[in-house]
Write a protein that binds this ligand. Structure first.
Ligand code: CAA
Length: 445
């Protein structure tokens, strides 16, 4: 059967940068290491006055289409994943299509457009939709455009404030992809949870500590489900394991639990017996409490082994590099982790073709999904064209006072009149309001 997966990727970050150690921590009266070491974040990206989820998504999609030599007629569907939408009816994909149509003679009138919602996991769900549409043979030779775009803002002084970020990842899904082909096997962990939600409000209500526990519980279920679907989880069989990364510290908590689960009954568990013993088995304990205590003890010891540390440095750490500099991009976050790993591999001259990725997505509310991907021959050329690290380096640093003002600009309850801090060039920008309250966009040469 023809492989289907990601044929090209483009990434856009918000153009402003808030340094967490130098600007945010002193203003909060916190030790900078709470952010840099505890959460694992150095900085957050924010959109300038003329940027938003549409401009970031459209700018990423436009560069992707230009690079791949595509016209609107080559795209059969546009799916936008976001949890920062400003319209309950008209999907963001129509705004993005409208932007792109300003640049092409043709139109997207025959493309199916929609918007996917399930917190941060909807980017992966949109990839799934495009995969299924192509596999069903309904694409008529056309590709699907999936755009995960978010301005991840929290209420001022919410504990989540340090994890904010803004950016978009545009992905082309097609047959015979150049970057990565998706496995058919996938696993889900899904339950009705109230850890993070936005009931008719812009900023989330969050139970941060609980959200961490829910992330871990749903990931575990998804891993078990992936295994029961026949998916291989041996940790040494994957080049990288990109996780949803609300902040890198979350991934380090999840990775050790996933590793412990995946090595159970394998050669790796045997190799570690002398050093830390065998994993506790439930049947050897009288009650759950004693069993859980033993499991925690084993996990803590596992995290300290060279075996685990080497695996983490090889398989997880490279996926966190971009996230550390830009914060949480919600729907785009796991896809940025994939990009981060691939950029590292290209830089290190690794031969990834045919190697596997284990992709672990998560959305609050809550659902986790795990699937595998096989890296394709064209990956190096595709990844070589992604300029996100230059864009990250080119962001304009902002002071805490400028951050406060820019937070207000993007707060829908505030009336502001702030001058942009950067100058747009060759990009789509927000250009004011239309007669029915719609947002308007234009392309600046
Ligand atoms: N030096 C080193 N480390 C320090 C430190 C210092 N001076 N001070 C604190 N730390 C460590 C803490 O020990 C802690 O690490 P551990 O969890 O490993 O113990 C870490 O830094 C964070 O410190 P706190 O727990 O005290 O931080 P907090 O309570 O202020 O906020 C949070 C943490 C609750 C996760 C908060 O950032 C939050 O609410 N975030 C939003 C929700 C979120 O991202 N949840 C993640 C799962 S849900 C999800 O993934 C969906 C999504 O995208 C939102």
């Amino acid at each position: 059967m023809t492989e289907v997966g990601i044929d090209g990727i483009e990434v856009r970050t918000g153009k402003l940068k808030l340094d967490l150690a130098e600007e945010f921590a002193p203003a909060q009266g916190d030790d900078p290491e709470k952010y840099t070491k505890g959460l694992g974040l150095n900085a957050s990206s924010f959109p300038d006055v003329y940027e938003d989820i549409v401009t970031m998504g459209a700018n990423a999609a436009y560069r992707l289409m230009e690079r791949k030599g595509l016209e609107p007629e080559d795209i059969g569907r546009i799916d936008v994943a976001t949890e920062s939408a400003f319209d309950h009816s008209k999907p963001v994909s129509t705004y993005i299509a409208g932007c792109l149509e300003q640049r092409y003679p043709g139109t997207f009138h025959h493309a199916n457009k929609g918007e996917r919602k399930f917190a941060c996991i909807s980017g992966t769900q949109a990839l799934d939709d495009a995969f299924n549409w192509i596999r069903a043979g309904r694409n008529r030779g056309r590709a699907g455009l999936v755009i995960a775009t978010d301005t991840a803002l929290y209420e001022r002084d919410d504990p989540g404030e340090a994890t904010q970020g803004a950016g978009a990842v545009a992905m082309l899904v097609d047959e015979d992809p150049d970057v990565a082909a998706f496995s058919v096997e996938q696993g889900y962990g899904s339950a009705d949870e109230t850890d993070f939600l936005k009931p008719d409000q812009q900023f989330p209500s969050v139970d941060g500590k609980r959200s961490v526990q829910v992330y871990l519980a749903r990931m575990r279920e998804a891993l078990e489900d992936f295994e029961s679907a026949g998916g291989d989880t041996h940790p040494d069989n994957f080049a990288f394991a990109p996780f949803h990364t609300p902040f890198p510290g979350m991934v380090s908590k999840a990775a050790v639990l996933g590793y412990r689960h995946a090595i159970r009954g394998t050669d790796v568990e045997e190799e570690l017996v002398e050093e830390i013993g065998r994993q506790p088995r439930r049947e050897a304990f009288d009650d759950d409490e004693a069993y859980l205590e033993a499991v925690t003890e084993y996990t803590d010891a596992l995290a300290e082994t060279d075996h685990y540390r080497d695996w983490y440095a090889r398989t997880i750490e490279p996926t966190l590099t971009v996230s550390r500099e830009v914060g949480n991009w919600y729907t785009g976050s796991v896809h940025l982790a994939r990009v981060s790993g691939l950029l590292y591999a290209a830089e290190e001259g690794m031969d990834l073709t045919g190697k596997r990725l284990l992709v672990a997505s998560y959305g609050s509310g809550a659902q986790a999904e795990i699937h595998a991907e096989t890296v394709q021959e064209g990956w190096r050329e595709e990844v070589g064209a992604i300029d996100i690290m230059d864009r990250v380096a080119d962001r304009t640093p902002i002071t805490f006072e400028e951050y406060e003002a820019i937070h207000d600009v993007h707060n829908r309850d505030e009336e502001t009149d702030m001058e942009p801090l950067t100058t747009p060039e060759e990009e789509f920008v927000f250009d004011g309001w239309g007669r029915m309250g719609e947002r308007k966009y234009t392309y600046v040469e």
